[in-house]
Design a protein around this ligand. Structure first.
Ligand SMILES: NC(=O)c1ccc[n+]([C@@H]2O[C@H](COP(=O)([O-])OP(=O)(O)OC[C@H]3O[C@@H](n4cnc5c(N)ncnc54)[C@H](O)[C@@H]3O)[C@@H](O)[C@H]2O)c1
Length: 277
């Protein structure tokens, strides 16, 4: 097969344009991480390797800048920006930022997320609302501004929303499970509403990924072993596994796929209540 090898538009990277992402513009929210490779950081790097210009957005600018440094070290094209995607005006500014830098918007990875333990009895109203704000409002608000920009561009676009296996295999994470379940529903609603605009919307459902944020939830070797045992592959995933699924859904390789919810979880979702055995 004849492979096209192109110079990525506006960058020093030579890319094989098998993904159809060369010269496209992508926003990755929660694209910082640290220290190490989170889901958003991995997606940002893989999109840039495919020739996309990537606006790496994080609440913490220095985390986004770290991702951009990694991309630029490989010759890719990216810029870091700090926006809080739970705030409408900041989502509007984020989209305007991508347009002013590169003149178009093609792809959006809604990667921010907030894990939260507790039952309905235990969780406060304020925490419940915070979980929905970060996990669901962010998808609503980024879409509100990104979709019209994609439509104006005239070539459609692609969006990926990141949920969690906790949405379908809940276990003492009720605000997280409920809000990530809403991400599945909004994904399908967005896909149904905007297919006519040439905009595809899909959802990636991570399982036990070994990402830096897990250490904020008390990750240790014993818990890692439990997580490995929960999957049928007896392994944790990494941010790269999620990044690869995101790149697929944002690329032309999935151009006839929309409204889908894809578990990237080593088979955790196949297991029943005895899933640690
Ligand atoms: N790591 C896992 O095992 C796992 C499992 C299931 C689902 N997920 C989901 O994957 C996604 C990314 O997870 P990760 O482990 O890579 O986390 P991560 O911490 O590496 O990345 C999330 C980033 O989002 C940023 N962020 C948080 N709130 C924000 C806001 N309001 N505005 C802008 N930026 C904000 C954080 O600063 C952080 O850098 C989340 O949606 C998470 O729920 C992760």
């Amino acid at each position: 097969m004849l492979m096209r090898c192109l110079w990525a538009a506006g960058s020093k990277l030579a890319v094989n344009d098998e993904w159809g992402l060369n010269g496209k513009v992508a926003i990755v929210t929660g694209g910082g991480s640290g220290p190490g490779i989170g889901n958003g950081r991995a997606a940002s790097i893989l999109l840039a390797r495919a020739g996309a210009h990537v606006l790496v957005v994080d609440r913490f600018l220095e985390l986004a800048e770290e991702t951009v440094k990694l991309i630029e070290a490989e010759g890719g094209s990216a810029a870091a920006a700090s926006y809080d995607v739970t705030v409408a005006s900041q989502c509007e500014a984020m989209v305007a930022d991508a347009l002013s830098r590169w003149g178009r918007l093609d792809c959006l990875d809604n990667n921010v997320g907030l894990g939260m333990f507790g039952t309905v009895v235990e969780v406060s109203e304020a925490d419940w609302q915070r979980a929905f704000s970060v996990n669901v409002d962010s998808v609503f608000l980024t879409g509100k501004y990104a979709i019209p920009a994609m439509i104006r561009g005239g070539e459609g676009g692609a969006i990926v929303n990141i949920s969690s296996v906790a949405a379908i295999r809940p276990h003492n994470l009720t605000p997280y499970s409920a809000s990530k379940g809403a991400v599945h529903a909004i994904t399908q609603a967005m896909a149904a509403d905007h297919g006519k605009d040439g905009i595809r919307v899909n959802c990636v459902v991570p399982g036990p990924m070994h990402t830096p944020i897990m250490y904020q939830f008390g990750m240790n070797e014993e818990k890692r072993e439990q997580r490995r045992n929960a999957s049928v592959l007896k392994a944790e995933g990494t941010g790269w596994d999620i990044g690869a699924a995101v790149r697929f859904f944002l690329s032309d390789q999935s151009k006839y796929i929309t409204g889908q919810i894809l578990c990237v979880d080593g088979g955790v979702s196949l297991r029943g209540p005895d899933r640690e055995t």
